[in-house]
Design a protein. Sequence first.
Length: 96
Amino acid sequence: MGSCCTPDNSCSTNTVEVSTATAVAESTSTVYAVSGMTCGHCKTAITNSVSALDGVISVDVDVAGGLVTVTTGGEPDDAAIAAAVDDAGYELTGRA
């Protein structure tokens, strides 16, 4: 038997799903208020800068609302995120 199936023909590969669910459960989404964003270029600049940080899983920028949602694996590093936003040319004014 070299397959992933058990003798009753059910698949035994669901352990990958469990670990994926665990990783998602351990992630943290934090919303930050950012000033100075006006267009798609702003969204791209902030997304690229913040995404480059260690531990960042995803970045969602709401230009019209002035909000940036950062999903991290664990607690976010607010100082590093603020520095990345600053490096992109914008100002993180705090958590929303």
